[in-house]
Design a protein around this ligand. Sequence first.
Ligand SMILES: [Zn+2]
Length: 149
Amino acid sequence: MDPHPLAVVTACGDPRFQRPFKYFTREELGLQRRDFVPIKIAGGGSAILAHPQQLKDEFVSLVRQIRFYISHFGSIRRVILIGHEDCGFYRGISGLEGLADKEREDLPVAMNMLRQSIDLHIVIEAYYAKFVDLEKTQITFQEVYSQSM
Ligand SMILES: [Zn+2]
């Protein structure tokens, strides 16, 4: 059977979030494993998409990958960016380390950057995973909206 994925989902590889990501994708986004193309990337994609100046090579490479999947699988209608709290990737980007909630603030910026880079019929969605408790054992997801569309 030919694959007919409906979405591309970019998310960080942080092990603390893998089970919640999997559950959220299936139960909340309604995407079974065969329904989406996962892109596992440090920072979840939004860090790179929101900072094309600092991360030029990564930006070009990520946009190329997303475009490839969209053109290769004509069934794709959604690109979903998932960011998360306390992302270690941010500690490696100069100028971004130590900024509270930067991971969340980057998501609408990333959505706008991606909007300029892919076909208009593709819906772009973003979600932010954050810890509910101080012990960092429970995670919740918030939808994030782009500001200027
Ligand atoms: Zn991360």
